[in-house]
Design a protein around this ligand. Structure first.
Ligand SMILES: C[S@@+](CC[C@H](N)C(=O)[O-])C[C@H]1O[C@@H](n2cnc3c(N)ncnc32)[C@H](O)[C@@H]1O
Length: 207
Protein backbone atom coordinates (compact mmCIF):
# COMPACT_ATOMS: atom_id res chain seq x y z
CA UNK A 1 0.00 0.00 0.00
CA UNK A 2 1.29 3.51 -0.79
CA UNK A 3 1.72 5.84 2.22
CA UNK A 4 -0.72 8.33 0.74
CA UNK A 5 -3.50 6.70 -1.32
CA UNK A 6 -4.89 10.21 -1.89
CA UNK A 7 -1.59 11.47 -3.36
CA UNK A 8 -1.25 8.34 -5.47
CA UNK A 9 -4.81 8.70 -6.79
CA UNK A 10 -4.11 12.31 -7.71
CA UNK A 11 -0.86 11.33 -9.50
CA UNK A 12 -2.67 8.56 -11.39
CA UNK A 13 -5.41 10.90 -12.63
CA UNK A 14 -2.92 13.62 -13.54
CA UNK A 15 -0.58 11.40 -15.56
CA UNK A 16 -3.40 9.55 -17.27
CA UNK A 17 -4.80 12.90 -18.44
CA UNK A 18 -1.40 13.86 -19.87
CA UNK A 19 -0.74 10.61 -21.72
CA UNK A 20 -2.11 11.71 -25.09
CA UNK A 21 -0.11 14.93 -25.42
CA UNK A 22 2.92 14.15 -23.23
CA UNK A 23 5.45 13.38 -25.99
CA UNK A 24 4.54 16.46 -28.02
CA UNK A 25 4.49 18.83 -25.06
CA UNK A 26 7.85 17.73 -23.68
CA UNK A 27 9.74 17.37 -26.99
CA UNK A 28 11.18 20.94 -27.05
CA UNK A 29 12.41 20.66 -23.44
CA UNK A 30 13.94 17.23 -24.16
CA UNK A 31 15.94 18.72 -27.03
CA UNK A 32 16.96 21.86 -25.14
CA UNK A 33 18.21 19.96 -22.09
CA UNK A 34 20.06 17.23 -24.00
CA UNK A 35 17.99 14.35 -22.60
CA UNK A 36 18.52 12.14 -25.63
CA UNK A 37 22.27 11.86 -24.96
CA UNK A 38 21.61 11.29 -21.26
CA UNK A 39 19.20 8.45 -22.09
CA UNK A 40 21.83 6.90 -24.39
CA UNK A 41 24.40 7.09 -21.57
CA UNK A 42 22.08 5.16 -19.26
CA UNK A 43 21.26 2.41 -21.74
CA UNK A 44 24.90 1.93 -22.73
CA UNK A 45 25.44 0.83 -19.09
CA UNK A 46 22.51 -1.57 -18.79
CA UNK A 47 23.73 -5.04 -17.79
CA UNK A 48 22.47 -8.35 -19.19
CA UNK A 49 19.83 -10.09 -17.11
CA UNK A 50 16.59 -8.63 -15.76
CA UNK A 51 16.09 -4.88 -15.86
CA UNK A 52 13.20 -2.83 -14.42
CA UNK A 53 12.24 0.61 -15.65
CA UNK A 54 10.15 2.46 -13.06
CA UNK A 55 7.81 5.24 -14.27
CA UNK A 56 8.41 4.33 -17.91
CA UNK A 57 5.63 6.71 -18.96
CA UNK A 58 4.94 6.86 -22.70
CA UNK A 59 8.02 4.71 -23.35
CA UNK A 60 10.49 7.41 -24.33
CA UNK A 61 13.33 5.05 -23.43
CA UNK A 62 12.05 2.06 -25.37
CA UNK A 63 13.95 3.02 -28.53
CA UNK A 64 17.14 2.78 -26.43
CA UNK A 65 16.43 -0.64 -24.90
CA UNK A 66 19.29 -2.98 -25.89
CA UNK A 67 18.43 -6.40 -27.34
CA UNK A 68 20.14 -8.51 -24.60
CA UNK A 69 18.35 -7.99 -21.29
CA UNK A 70 14.71 -8.73 -20.44
CA UNK A 71 13.24 -5.33 -19.64
CA UNK A 72 10.11 -4.72 -17.60
CA UNK A 73 8.71 -1.23 -18.24
CA UNK A 74 6.41 -0.22 -15.38
CA UNK A 75 4.26 2.79 -14.54
CA UNK A 76 1.42 3.81 -12.26
CA UNK A 77 -0.68 5.05 -15.19
CA UNK A 78 -2.23 2.57 -17.64
CA UNK A 79 -2.82 5.54 -19.99
CA UNK A 80 0.89 6.39 -20.15
CA UNK A 81 1.80 2.71 -20.57
CA UNK A 82 -0.69 2.36 -23.44
CA UNK A 83 1.46 4.86 -25.36
CA UNK A 84 4.55 2.86 -24.40
CA UNK A 85 2.90 -0.29 -25.79
CA UNK A 86 2.66 1.36 -29.23
CA UNK A 87 6.42 2.03 -29.16
CA UNK A 88 7.22 -1.45 -27.79
CA UNK A 89 5.64 -3.03 -30.88
CA UNK A 90 8.26 -1.33 -33.03
CA UNK A 91 11.38 -2.63 -31.23
CA UNK A 92 13.15 -5.97 -31.35
CA UNK A 93 14.18 -6.45 -27.69
CA UNK A 94 12.10 -8.34 -25.13
CA UNK A 95 10.01 -5.86 -23.17
CA UNK A 96 7.12 -6.48 -20.78
CA UNK A 97 4.76 -3.71 -19.63
CA UNK A 98 3.44 -3.77 -16.06
CA UNK A 99 1.15 -1.32 -14.26
CA UNK A 100 2.49 -0.96 -10.72
CA UNK A 101 3.07 1.75 -8.12
CA UNK A 102 6.72 2.68 -7.53
CA UNK A 103 5.85 2.95 -3.83
CA UNK A 104 4.63 -0.63 -3.73
CA UNK A 105 6.36 -2.52 -6.56
CA UNK A 106 4.74 -5.79 -7.58
CA UNK A 107 8.03 -7.71 -7.71
CA UNK A 108 9.91 -9.97 -5.30
CA UNK A 109 13.00 -8.89 -3.37
CA UNK A 110 16.20 -8.92 -5.44
CA UNK A 111 14.38 -9.61 -8.71
CA UNK A 112 16.40 -7.26 -10.94
CA UNK A 113 20.03 -6.79 -12.00
CA UNK A 114 19.37 -3.09 -12.66
CA UNK A 115 16.63 -0.54 -12.06
CA UNK A 116 16.25 2.50 -14.31
CA UNK A 117 14.17 5.65 -13.93
CA UNK A 118 14.22 8.87 -15.96
CA UNK A 119 12.46 11.98 -14.60
CA UNK A 120 10.38 9.90 -12.19
CA UNK A 121 11.29 10.68 -8.57
CA UNK A 122 10.24 14.29 -9.17
CA UNK A 123 6.73 12.91 -9.66
CA UNK A 124 6.29 9.91 -7.35
CA UNK A 125 4.25 11.24 -4.40
CA UNK A 126 6.57 9.70 -1.76
CA UNK A 127 10.04 9.43 -3.38
CA UNK A 128 11.67 7.95 -0.26
CA UNK A 129 9.22 5.10 -0.23
CA UNK A 130 9.72 4.63 -3.99
CA UNK A 131 13.51 4.53 -3.71
CA UNK A 132 13.29 2.05 -0.82
CA UNK A 133 11.20 -0.15 -3.10
CA UNK A 134 13.86 0.21 -5.83
CA UNK A 135 16.47 -0.96 -3.34
CA UNK A 136 14.29 -3.89 -2.27
CA UNK A 137 13.79 -5.25 -5.80
CA UNK A 138 17.46 -4.77 -6.73
CA UNK A 139 19.82 -7.77 -6.56
CA UNK A 140 22.89 -7.50 -4.31
CA UNK A 141 25.52 -5.77 -6.44
CA UNK A 142 22.90 -4.51 -8.92
CA UNK A 143 22.86 -0.93 -10.24
CA UNK A 144 20.32 1.87 -10.12
CA UNK A 145 20.60 4.24 -13.11
CA UNK A 146 18.73 7.51 -12.89
CA UNK A 147 18.21 10.70 -14.86
CA UNK A 148 16.58 13.20 -12.49
CA UNK A 149 16.06 16.91 -12.12
CA UNK A 150 16.32 18.24 -8.58
CA UNK A 151 16.67 21.35 -6.46
CA UNK A 152 19.75 23.30 -7.63
CA UNK A 153 22.00 25.10 -5.15
CA UNK A 154 21.92 28.85 -4.44
CA UNK A 155 19.36 31.44 -5.55
CA UNK A 156 17.90 29.16 -8.23
CA UNK A 157 17.08 26.60 -5.56
CA UNK A 158 15.30 29.27 -3.53
CA UNK A 159 13.37 30.31 -6.65
CA UNK A 160 12.40 26.69 -7.30
CA UNK A 161 11.11 26.48 -3.69
CA UNK A 162 8.87 29.46 -4.42
CA UNK A 163 7.46 28.20 -7.72
CA UNK A 164 7.20 24.51 -6.78
CA UNK A 165 3.54 24.57 -5.62
CA UNK A 166 2.47 26.19 -8.91
CA UNK A 167 4.62 23.96 -11.15
CA UNK A 168 3.41 20.88 -9.30
CA UNK A 169 -0.22 21.91 -9.65
CA UNK A 170 -0.02 22.85 -13.32
CA UNK A 171 2.52 20.34 -14.69
CA UNK A 172 2.78 17.44 -12.20
CA UNK A 173 6.43 17.14 -11.13
CA UNK A 174 8.11 18.82 -8.15
CA UNK A 175 11.11 21.01 -9.05
CA UNK A 176 12.74 21.27 -5.62
CA UNK A 177 13.27 17.70 -4.49
CA UNK A 178 16.60 16.89 -2.82
CA UNK A 179 16.85 13.59 -4.66
CA UNK A 180 20.52 12.84 -3.86
CA UNK A 181 19.70 13.03 -0.12
CA UNK A 182 16.64 10.82 -0.63
CA UNK A 183 18.71 8.23 -2.50
CA UNK A 184 21.09 8.02 0.47
CA UNK A 185 18.24 7.97 2.96
CA UNK A 186 16.74 5.01 1.08
CA UNK A 187 19.91 3.06 1.87
CA UNK A 188 21.44 3.22 -1.61
CA UNK A 189 25.09 4.13 -2.13
CA UNK A 190 25.91 6.83 -4.69
CA UNK A 191 28.56 5.53 -7.08
CA UNK A 192 28.59 8.25 -9.72
CA UNK A 193 26.85 11.53 -10.40
CA UNK A 194 27.16 13.65 -13.56
CA UNK A 195 25.66 17.03 -14.30
CA UNK A 196 23.58 17.04 -17.49
CA UNK A 197 22.42 20.63 -17.11
CA UNK A 198 24.16 22.62 -14.35
CA UNK A 199 23.56 20.92 -10.96
CA UNK A 200 19.83 20.88 -11.74
CA UNK A 201 19.65 17.74 -13.92
CA UNK A 202 21.86 14.77 -13.13
CA UNK A 203 22.73 11.27 -14.23
CA UNK A 204 23.14 9.10 -11.16
CA UNK A 205 24.50 5.62 -10.59
CA UNK A 206 23.78 4.02 -7.21
CA UNK A 207 24.06 0.57 -5.64
C1 LIG B 1 7.75 13.06 -15.96
S1 LIG B 1 7.05 11.51 -16.39
C2 LIG B 1 8.51 10.66 -16.97
C3 LIG B 1 8.18 9.53 -17.92
C4 LIG B 1 9.38 8.81 -18.53
N1 LIG B 1 10.18 8.15 -17.55
C5 LIG B 1 10.23 9.74 -19.38
O1 LIG B 1 11.45 9.78 -19.20
O2 LIG B 1 9.66 10.40 -20.28
C6 LIG B 1 6.78 10.80 -14.80
C7 LIG B 1 6.18 9.40 -14.84
O3 LIG B 1 6.15 8.89 -13.51
C8 LIG B 1 4.95 8.15 -13.36
N2 LIG B 1 4.61 8.05 -11.94
C9 LIG B 1 4.20 9.02 -11.10
N3 LIG B 1 3.97 8.51 -9.88
C10 LIG B 1 4.25 7.17 -9.96
C11 LIG B 1 4.20 6.10 -9.05
N4 LIG B 1 3.82 6.28 -7.78
N5 LIG B 1 4.55 4.87 -9.47
C12 LIG B 1 4.95 4.66 -10.76
N6 LIG B 1 5.02 5.64 -11.68
C13 LIG B 1 4.67 6.87 -11.29
C14 LIG B 1 3.93 8.94 -14.17
O4 LIG B 1 2.79 8.15 -14.50
C15 LIG B 1 4.75 9.35 -15.37
O5 LIG B 1 4.67 8.39 -16.40
Amino acid sequence: MPTSPEGTGRALRRWSRKAQLYDRLTAPMERMLGFERAREWIFARVPKGRVLEVGAGTGRNIAHYPAGPVIVASDLSPGMLARAAEKAERVEGACRLVVTDAEDLAFRDGAFDAVIATCVFCSVPDPLRGLREVRRVLKNGGEVLLLEHMRPRGWLGRLFDLVDPIVNRVMGPHVNRRTLDTIREAGLILVEERNVFSDWIKLIVAR
